[in-house]
Design a protein. Structure first.
Ligand code: ASP
Length: 326
């Protein structure tokens, strides 16, 4: 038995590639890195790696984390700029007993000493998105921070090892130095090969309040299925936060247990996920907003899948006067 589950449709190509190799016996640590790298390298996914959307200073600051559920090795980078594959750097940091989570210049220094590939991660397309956001903000008081998504992947290999990984450019227009949940062990991801693993995407500031990935694994340990654990964790976080804070941000999660059973839950419409197991070829599902404590999960239609890629790769026009924000 082997399996992979990932957040968002953007993980499809990576999971497809990695799951072929999982089937041939590679470790889930390699599979998670392969899957996430593929997302980081694709320029049209605007919330991860190359082509990721920048912070308010038009810098692409990237977060990533890696956790091995066999031995609890953890590694993470926060706010790293101009390295091609933050997930590989995070994984590399997981080999040490200490100094596992490096941020900013410290992370860049480490990555450069270790010979990781440098790359200018700000694309022309991301610059247009940035300028257009400034233009829209001027026109109609648009709130910053709309537009984000993290790739989170859980992998289970034939030896029973569970691994979780994340990679994200975080919130569009975030403050320089802002970290979300994605590189935070327990919030953005958690893995325990004796139980299961989980990963999250959405508004990091609220996901962290529920330490949601750890909570899902803890619920699985208490006997809940991955689906029930995901729904319970999202429900509980909503119930805790709503009376205290009125508005709760996006919370979307996926999980897999040590037997390859999987689950997902969300408080938004149409959270897309990708699942591949020894019994299921890579499939995109849409998870619907939690209702009465439960989420409906259905395979995405051919039209939805077609529209997804079309909208991601459609030509992008710069709004307003070309010199206005230079
Ligand atoms: N959770 C990420 C963050 O807050 C963003 C996302 O997954 O949408 O940085």
């Amino acid at each position: 038995m082997w399996g992979m589950i990932g957040t968002w449709r953007m993980s499809l190509e990576g999971i497809t590639k990695a799951s072929l190799q999982l089937n041939q016996g590679i470790s889930s640590a390699d599979a998670v890195e392969i899957a996430i790298k593929k997302v980081e390298d694709f320029p049209f996914f605007k919330s991860v790696g190359y082509g990721g959307l920048p912070n308010e200073l038009m810098e692409v600051e990237l977060d990533a984390a890696f956790m091995d559920g066999d031995n609890f090795d953890i590694g993470a980078v926060g706010g790293i700029t101009d390295f091609a594959n933050p997930i590989a750097i995070a994984r590399s940091l997981s080999q040490y007993p200490v100094n596992n989570f490096l941020t900013g210049v410290g992370a860049e220094r480490y990555a450069s000493q270790m010979g990781f590939e440098r790359k200018t991660m700000l694309t022309e397309r991301a610059k247009i998105h940035y300028h257009n956001r400034l233009f829209d903000d001027k026109q109609q008081e648009l709130k910053p921070y709309i537009g984000h998504d993290t790739v989170g992947v859980v992998g289970l290999d034939q030896a029973g090892k569970l691994v979780a990984g994340t990679s994200s450019s975080g919130l569009f227009m975030k403050k320089k130095g802002r970290l979300g949940d994605s590189p935070i062990i327990g919030s953005g991801l958690y893995a325990d090969s004796e139980i299961g693993a989980a990963t999250a995407t959405g508004l990091g500031e609220d996901l962290m309040k529920g330490v949601i990935s750890y909570e899902i694994v803890r619920l699985m340990e208490s006997g809940l299925s991955p689906q029930a654990a995901c729904e319970t964790a999202v429900n509980k976080t909503m119930q805790k936060l709503t009376p205290k804070r009125q508005k709760v941000g996006d919370l979307s999660v996926v999980a897999m247990d040590k037997s390859g059973n999987w689950g997902a839950a969300t408080n938004i419409d149409n959270f897309s996920i990708v699942v591949a197991t020894s019994n299921l070829s890579p499939t995109v599902f849409l998870v619907n907003k939690i209702n009465g404590g439960h989420c409906q999960i259905e395979p995405a239609s051919a039209e939805w899948l077609d529209e997804y890629m079309k909208s991601r790769t459609a030509p992008l026009e710069r709004k307003g006067n070309l010199n206005e924000f230079n």
